[in-house]
Design a protein. Structure first.
Length: 509
């Protein structure tokens, strides 16, 4: 691998000092205090040097010239340097693959963990003179918004409020799927956008209807564009958007403005309705409807409530459609597992019933399939980045406070599991004595990050994935056209098939 990359990579092949310093199993205990004498200084963390450290040119050479996805470049760097290395990506980043280091990072992240911002959203906020959305906020500002949102989103039953409406959405999704006989990511994206809209806008957009209004189609297209352009910016394809309004930036601005305008309009319409009903004495909210709760939340201004909602909208649609696509892919290429899951579903709710909270609680094979899908095809390449408030020790090196740290779960999973590509949900069943349940294993498998800054929509995301899978398998057999079965996957921001997948569905007898 090392020789291959040196041969392919025009500049690195000139570096004489490159050596394989690490074996993948060489995990060290990294929880020692930062003042111990055998701790190596930050400068000694290995990584590409010379021209690769130059601003702009360095990252362009590293990620631009190889022609490979960013993950392949990172994989080669891990092969070269071991479980920790430094790389210049505009700022210096420390990149990790050892789960013990992940634990150290999360243990030291503090009360308001700092996650470096999404640069294209940051550029937008600056140019428009707007406050950053919560997803990009830091410190106290982030903390107070997140605290308010947690009350409504991270309780064990917070997603269940939407279960019955989301069942209806999934029924519509399956109806379209049955009529079409095939499915691509566009249909999955419609399903997840519709599902998140009932949470954020408290209403359906009608994206699964046969006659979608032009207005809603525009919102849908803008939502897709925002997801794609964030991925383009974050995966290094657009590097200049922070410096000038390049094409990626202009397209992003156009789409994001449309979404913000729509979200704000719906918020104020809902607020006016709440006030009217309060005056009439007919307003009722049990505190489980997110939009109504945020409107009534005394600790938030309207702008802050809007901020949370728009962060959820942009965080929620693309991510879940991509993870759902990976899950359905795994079930389609593993028909025996698909059949076992179908048996569980039919035994609990039959072939027509809705997915109820009590049935969901009993669907252990479904949950095992989703977890296994995350393990086999980890959905997000980066995303769990941190900058720590204090110095810490990672893999024996001192890492100063404020350094950008990237935790690479796909690499950690590859090292942890010899059978990384084998889809075996049974490994997660409680009846399995060998089930891994230690903290490090849980950290590398969770696609939602960890700690106070973990994904705000994780309960909703899981619920949407569960409902869609249950509803599809209740009615349809899921397969892929032969070409799609061999498609490769690569990370943009999320893991995606290199060529669009074409699922083929047939009605069950
Ligand atoms: C399977 C789908 C999803 C995946 C894989 C995913 C993954 C993530 C990850 C890795 C983070 C960063 C966590 C960290 O820094 O520790 C995150 C943050 C976030 N996610 Fe998700 N997410 C998904 C679905 C959703 C949904 C459905 C929503 C909204 C309803 C959402 C809203 C957010 C928000 C608002 C944040 C920022 C939280 C903050 O900064 O406090 N996500 N997500």
């Amino acid at each position: 691998m090392l020789t291959m990359w040196k041969r392919q990579h025009p500049v690195l092949s000139l570096c004489k000092s490159v050596e394989l310093r690490h074996r993948s199993t060489d995990f060290q205990n990294t929880t020692r205090p930062a003042d111990q004498t055998d701790i190596k200084p930050f400068q000694e963390i290995p990584g590409p040097g010379g021209i690769y450290k130059w601003p702009i040119i360095g990252p362009l050479l590293l990620f631009g010239s190889s022609g490979d996805g960013a993950q392949k470049v990172f994989d080669r760097l891990f092969d070269l340097y071991g479980p920790i290395f430094k790389v210049q990506l505009f700022e210096t980043h420390v990149v990790l693959s050892n789960p013990k280091d992940f634990e150290t990072v999360f243990r030291n992240e503090g009360k308001s963990p700092s996650r470096p911002n999404i640069s294209i959203i940051n550029a937008f906020s600056k140019r428009q003179g707007l406050k950053e959305p919560m997803i990009n906020l830091q410190g106290e500002e982030w903390y107070s918004l997140r605290n308010a949102a947690n009350k409504y989103l991270l309780k064990a039953d917070s997603a269940l409020h939407y279960l019955s409406t989301q069942n209806e959405i999934a029924d519509d999704f399956v109806k379209v799927l049955t009529q079409q006989g095939t499915m691509d990511n566009d249909l999955l994206f419609r399903y997840t956008t519709e599902s998140i809209s009932v949470v954020v806008f408290n209403k359906r957009l009608g994206l699964l209807a046969s006659n979608v209004s032009q207005e809603m189609l525009d919102i849908f297209t803008a939502t897709r564009n925002v997801g794609e352009l964030i991925a383009e910016a974050e995966s290094g394809k657009s590097v200049m958007h922070s410096y000038f309004r390049n094409r990626t930036y202009r397209d992003f601005e156009d789409s994001y403005l449309k979404i913000r305008k729509r979200a704000s309009q719906d918020y104020y319409i809902a607020k006016a309705e709440v006030e009217k009903r309060e005056k009439e004495g007919t307003f009722q909210s049990d505190g489980r409807n997110l939009l109504l709760s945020l409107i009534k939340e005394k600790s938030l201004t309207d702008d802050e409530a809007n901020n949370i909602l728009s962060s959820m909208y942009i965080g929620g649609a693309d991510s879940t459609s991509k993870s759902l696509e990976l899950l359905l892919f795994n079930l389609a290429v593993n028909p025996d597992k698909q059949e076992l899951l179908r048996k569980e579903i039919i035994s609990l709710i039959g072939s027509d019933g809705p997915l109820t909270a009590s049935a969901l609680a009993q669907m252990s094979y479904l949950k095992a399939c989703v977890k296994e899908s995350f393990r086999v095809k980890f959905p997000m390449f980066a995303g769990r980045n941190r900058a720590l408030p204090n110095d810490c020790v990672l893999s024996g090196y001192k890492v100063p406070a404020g350094t950008n740290i990237l935790m690479m779960n796909p690499r950690a999973l590859k090292l942890e599991y010899a059978d990384q590509q084998a889809f075996t949900p049974e490994r997660w069943l409680r009846s399995n004595q060998d089930r891994k349940s230690d903290a490090a294993s849980n950290l590398i498998i969770s696609p939602f990050g960890h700690g106070p800054r973990s994904c705000l929509g994780q309960r909703l995301a899981m619920q949407e994935m569960y409902i869609a899978t249950v509803k599809v398998l209740q009615k349809l057999h899921l397969d892929l056209d032969p070409e799609s079965k061999n498609t490769e996957f690569a990370y943009k921001l999320f893991l995606e098939p290199v060529k669009p997948l074409r699922f083929i569905v047939t009605k069950l007898k």
